[in-house]
Design a protein around this ligand. Structure first.
Ligand code: ADP
Length: 332
């Protein structure tokens, strides 16, 4: 019963779709990124060309897919959606690129997980709207150039550091999405409650916002859990929020079970660190990428963890939050 920042079922995806803002004006927060995107779109419109390629970087649930959809909507262009894991061969990408209509927007989620061979094909496609298709094998192999319709690539990645430099450099613009302030999450919740025809008082809204890990997706999910709780237990307000969040293992800082498991391993097994990422991942039975892109950014943001050249280190605040006393024996 963990409320994760990535969608887990079709029902959750449908729920998200219903709450997705459709325009830049409706998109809450990220003022800088919104202004930058607006300029990019306006300039492309004035020059009557496809907008520059855009890279959206940031932890899951902060609005990358939503922004890609908004860019398509606001520029009146069709949108094609794919993802890195779905592009396992250069041929997958060639098929995708050659079927784009002029001016189409191609969104590739988790672009850092695309196959290497496809990545290289993408360089030329992004730069010259052209790809080389290899036919035949061995000495008789030749490459056939193929012109593509001009398109705009929007790539999303949980960490831009995971992308090879040549790919990163080919994006005209990179937006780094930041965690949201509680006040911004309250606006996200207000909007969602309105769309769901839910009554939510300000104390309840504040409580959910403060425990949403700075993430709109989590805020909306928690709202749904609170709605369920209120329905079943016929209670509402702050009391329902607190009971529902306790049931789903969300603590006062918004940390979930995995966040706490990571911290707890660091404190109890490694005396607070430094601990290497892979050691940490193995100790909690998660993939290193999940720890690095989902767990760590938020723990760093709220000051429970720091990254050092020798590994991850838990701060004094982490010891206090988990109420674990630091062992002092054996030091001398
Ligand atoms: P990502 O692609 O970064 O994982 P999404 O774009 O899928 O995140 O966003 C997840 C959900 O959070 C969306 O369904 C949307 O309802 C909500 N959301 C994200 N960002 C915002 C925002 N700035 N304002 C309002 N809702 C948002």
């Amino acid at each position: 019963a963990v409320v994760r920042p990535t969608p887990e079922s079709d029902a959750e995806l449908a729920f998200e779709g219903a709450l997705r803002p459709k325009t830049l004006a409706e998109f809450v927060g990220q003022a800088k990124v919104r202004a930058q995107l607006q300029l990019l779109l306006d300039a492309a419109r004035l020059q009557n060309r496809t907008p520059d390629h855009i890279l959206l970087a940031g932890p899951p649930g902060l609005g990358k897919t939503t922004l890609a959809m908004i860019v398509a909507e606001e520029s009146g262009r069709p949108l094609r959606i794919s993802s890195g894991p779905a592009i396992q061969h250069a041929g997958d990408l060639a098929a995708l690129l050659s079927s784009l209509v002029p001016g189409e927007i191609l969104f590739i989620d988790e672009i850092h997980r695309m196959a290497r061979s496809a990545e290289e094909m993408l360089y030329l496609a992004m730069e010259d709207f052209r790809i080389d298709i290899m036919v035949g094998k061995g000495a008789g192999a030749t490459s056939i150039p193929l012109d593509l319709a001009p398109f705009t690539l929007i790539g999303a990645t949980t960490r831009s550091g995971l992308l090879p430099n040549p790919l990163r450099d080919r994006f005209g613009f990179t937006a780094h999405l930041e965690f949201y302030e509680a006040e911004e999450l309250e606006r996200v919740l207000d909007r969602a409650a309105g769309l769901l025809a839910l009554e939510i008082d300000s104390a309840a809204r504040q409580e959910i916002a403060g425990r949403s890990r700075g993430t709109p997706r989590i805020a909306n999910r928690l709202l749904r859990r609170v709605r369920d709780y209120a329905l079943v237990h016929e209670s509402d307000g702050l009391e329902a929020v607190q009971a529902a969040l306790a049931l789903y293992d969300v603590d006062e800082l918004g940390l979930d079970r995995l966040d706490r498991a990571v911290l707890s391993v660091m404190l109890t097994r490694f005396d607070g660190g430094p601990v290497g990422l892979n050691t940490l991942a193995v100790s909690v039975g998660e993939e290193a990428e999940t720890i690095e892109s989902v767990v760590e950014p938020f723990l760093v943001r709220i000051g429970l963890l720091t990254r050092t050249p020798r590994g991850r280190v838990a701060t004094g605040e982490a010891w206090r939050h988990l109420r674990i006393d630091r062992r002092t024996d054996g030091l001398f």
